[in-house]
Ligand binder design. Structure first.
Ligand SMILES: Cc1cc2nc3c(=O)[nH]c(=O)nc-3n(C[C@H](O)[C@H](O)[C@H](O)COP(=O)(O)OP(=O)(O)OC[C@H]3O[C@@H](n4cnc5c(N)ncnc54)[C@H](O)[C@@H]3O)c2cc1C
Length: 400
């Protein structure tokens, strides 16, 4: 799927953005991504170049140095970098979740402090919600914020949080002491990387990616009042407003799902393109293997499923950017599901198409098997999306 065959539903501007990002992606590509990962480095040059061209902040407000676009544009950037073999996982987190939450709910001071840096890529923010004992059930998170004068004192544990080592701060989802149990009334805190009491240990993942996952311990981390999203330094307190934290959280989670869909479609396209190229030229009998329908049809089906997933992703992005959070929630879940499934199937078929070469380091497809599974598990698993659609869309009863 070249930029030239991008969907007709896209505007001229979107097509131009897609082509420009694809060109940047091709300058870096899979070899760059593989080298960085091998060396244990980070894709700093690609991040900086993408930022310089305005791609990382394309969804953030113009007055803070962003592009004034939305998640539709940001998802095009991530998809095209993924299709080129060099996805930037932290785009899901830094501009999409954290940038969106701060631009929609941050105080003027928080916006000034964070948005210009997130937009020009000079600052990065991670996002921590997952907890070891809560997992998919975020109503069970126990990271708790206690008031001490005008400060907050935050205590808890998080797990699988991406990029904490390279992010300047992590947006931590907690709950206040007076809302310790029961239905989640979240509150979101900006915790600096070096805040006393905030420690991280890397998790030994099989995933071959530059962005690492961490277990976090927050041991009585003291934060000023202004670290709470939406609250100012004088102690103005959004946590007392009943649903503000929930609105903030959902403002970030829908872009996260749409961006994970973009990540998955990009990886799926990359794997498929490599398999098609191989199938066209690899010859073991009279014809190239791509002439055998047992090879060609699954590749054609993978292409169709990736295109369909992208359409759903575009719908979700359009709804979100139009401010229809409720409809966007359903569409974003469906897009994440469809894209993850399409990606897993495309990668599996791509590996198979290459025979033994599908498992060599030279071709680099086998490592995508693990990467493609990330989209099925995170940020919300396939089963939790099926639960959501069963209950919310179809009105079926709940088993848990
Ligand atoms: C590479 C990677 C990066 C990540 N980055 C981040 C990050 O930056 N920040 C962050 O906060 N988190 C991050 N995560 C965490 C991710 O969001 C969680 O792994 C995910 O939400 C699933 O939670 P869990 O691992 O605890 O699985 P569990 O909740 O233990 O689930 C295990 C299995 O049980 C199934 N299951 C659970 N409950 C039900 C049910 N009611 N019905 C049916 N099936 C059910 C699930 O679908 C899943 O298959 C990352 C994870 C990975 C792998």
């Amino acid at each position: 799927m070249s930029p030239a065959t991008a969907p007709a539903a896209e505007t001229e501007e979107h097509r131009a953005l897609r082509a420009a990002v694809a060109a940047l992606g091709q300058r870096y590509g899979r070899d760059y991504h593989a080298r960085i990962t091998e060396e244990g480095g980070r894709p700093a040059e690609l991040w900086a170049d993408a930022a310089k061209l305005g791609y990382l902040g394309v969804n953030l407000p113009e007055e803070y140095g962003g592009g004034g676009g939305g998640i539709a544009e940001l998802s095009i950037v991530l998809e095209e970098l993924g299709a080129a073999g060099c996805p930037l996982l932290m785009m899901v987190v830094s501009p999409a979740i954290c940038g969106t939450v701060i631009s929609r709910f941050g105080t003027p001071a928080q916006k000034r402090a964070w948005l210009p840096g997130l937009a020009d890529g000079s600052r990065m923010m991670a996002f921590g919600i997952t907890e070891p004992d809560a997992g998919s059930n975020s109503h069970r998170i126990t990271t708790t914020a206690r008031r001490d004068g005008s400060d907050w004192v935050l205590t808890g544990r998080k797990v699988f949080v991406s990029g904490v080592d390279i992010a300047d701060a992590t947006l931590i989802v907690g709950r206040t002491e007076d809302a310790r149990t029961g239905r989640l009334k979240p509150c979101l805190f900006i915790v600096d990387r070096d805040a006393p009491g905030f420690s991280r240990s890397p998790i030994d993942m099989e995933l071959r990616a530059a962005e690492k996952q961490f277990e976090l311990v927050l041991d009585e981390v003291r934060l000023p009042a202004g670290a709470l999203v939406g609250a100012d330094d004088t102690g103005g307190d959004q946590a007392e407003a009943p649903d503000t934290g929930l609105l903030q959280l959902f403002a970030g989670l829908n872009p996260e799902r749409i961006m994970t869909a973009a990540f998955a479609v990009g990886i799926g396209r990359h794997a498929l393109a490599r398999a098609v190229e191989y199938a066209r030229t690899r010859q073991v009998w009279a014809e190239p293997i791509g002439a055998h329908q047992a090879i060609a049809h699954p590749l054609a089906a993978a292409h169709i499923e990736l295109e369909l997933a992208r359409l759903m992703m575009q719908k979700a992005a359009r709804l979100y950017d139009a401010g229809d959070d409720a409809a966007a929630g359903e569409a974003a879940n469906m897009a994440k599901y469809a894209a993850a499934e399409a990606c897993v199937k495309a990668v599996d078929q791509a590996v198979h198409t290459l025979g033994g070469n599908g498992l060599t380091r030279e071709y680099g497809l086998a490592s995508l098997v693990t990467a493609s599974r990330v989209a099925r598990i995170a940020p919300v698993s396939r089963e939790m999306i099926l639960n959501f659609v069963s209950h919310q869309t179809l009105g079926l009863p709940k088993s848990y």
